[in-house]
Design a protein around this ligand. Structure first.
Ligand SMILES: C[S@@+](CC[C@H](N)C(=O)[O-])C[C@H]1O[C@@H](n2cnc3c(N)ncnc32)[C@H](O)[C@@H]1O
Length: 334
């Protein structure tokens, strides 16, 4: 078979493999296999599943190296599959469940319609993602866990490769569950932090910061960044925020940040910066999700971020690679 056809059929196979993975995550297969192999009938009973159907999914998962045969009709968990256990460090279970959530699945399937019409089919059915999440506590909790798991890949790089001013107050704008702020404060014991996000999200952030023993050095404020952001911070972090918005909205958010920051303050954008080439890139994959879910949300190149900052009265001063495809873009008042 020619190479190009292999590539195409490989992409088709990815859909089946993702569906099997989603089934594993949804049914909690890895949790049920955590204490040892089970035969399919017993596993199906524990998962509340139809045994013959589950058997077929397990066969696909075995081909992916996530489970392995442990008898004529029994399966055990492999080391790779253990990453789907709910209690695994950096567990990917919630992330898989989020990416397979009804709205997200729908959005990807409707990408041709979105591209034809130039407006997100997801928005037409579900409205803005964050309004959808505010109405769906289950999906919202999965989304926050997904963002936390994604950030785990680069927060280590953030605290190792960027020098935060020792006694700065950092405002984590749209900081989600507080996972990034907690890592920065833990690594910088004289810094203080303020997390700002929507009303239905901040409760989770409060818990994360309290559980990390950081309640006395942090504050949590609910609000809408289009209306304004808390004033007086020295560092304003916007992690995976601007890529959800079109240029007009992104500039509005940045102007609000510029107006709020202390003299000499810095803005830090944590994003995947698109390269100017035709190689496969994480940012190009994420961009398909932005295209499908948001009207105007987009991954951007370094020059495009520089231009947004410029329109908001800010100047790009540095770009630091954090690993795992993430970059930190630093800016100050122009
Ligand atoms: C992609 S998540 C990023 C979360 C976190 N910064 C991270 O990197 O893990 C975007 C965040 O923007 C928040 N958000 C969306 N609209 C907002 C608004 N109008 N005002 C404040 N926060 C908002 C969401 O609740 C969500 O936590």
């Amino acid at each position: 078979m020619p190479h190009s056809a292999d590539l195409l059929w490989g992409a088709v196979g990815d859909i089946s493999r993702f569906a099997a993975l989603l089934t594993m995550a949804e049914l909690g297969v890895a949790d049920h296999l955590a204490s040892g192999p089970l035969d399919t009938a017993e596993l199906a009973a524990r998962c509340g599943a139809h045994a013959p159907s589950l058997h077929r999914v397990l066969r696909e998962l075995a081909g992916m190296g996530l489970v392995t045969a442990a008898g004529p009709d029994a399966y055990g968990l492999t080391e790779k599959g253990a990453a789907l256990r709910s209690d695994a460090p950096g567990s990917v279970r919630s992330s898989i469940r989020m990416l397979g959530e009804e709205g997200f699945w729908y959005a990807m399937g409707m990408l041709p319609a979105t591209v034809r019409e130039g407006g997100s089919a997801f928005i037409k059915r579900y409205g803005n993602l964050y309004d959808h999440l505010a109405r769906s506590p289950g999906a919202s909790a999965l989304f926050d866990d997904y963002m936390t798991a994604r950030a785990a890949a680069f927060t280590e790089g953030l605290v190792r490769r960027y020098s935060f001013p020792a006694t700065a107050t950092m405002v984590d704008v749209a900081g989600g569950k507080g996972h990034i702020l907690a890592t920065v404060l833990r690594a910088n014991p004289r810094m203080r932090g303020l997390l700002f996000d929507l009303e239905h999200v901040v409760e989770h952030a409060r818990r994360t910061l309290a559980d990390a023993g950081l309640a006395d050095r942090s504050e949590v404020v609910a609000g809408d960044f289009f209306a304004g952001v808390p004033a007086g911070g020295d560092v304003y972090l916007l992690a995976s925020v601007l890529h959800n918005w079109d240029d007009e909205d992104a500039v509005k958010i940045l102007r609000n940040v510029r107006g709020a920051m202390s003299p000499g303050g810095r803005v830090l954008l944590l994003e995947v910066v698109l390269p100017d080439d035709e190689e496969p890139h994480l940012g190009k994959d994420i961009d398909m999700r932005m295209l499908a879910i948001f009207n105007g949300g987009t991954e951007r190149s370094r020059d495009e971020y520089a231009s947004l900052l410029d329109r908001a009265g800010l100047a790009l001063s540095d770009v630091v690679e954090l690993g795992s495809g993430a970059n930190l873009i630093e800016a100050g008042r122009r």
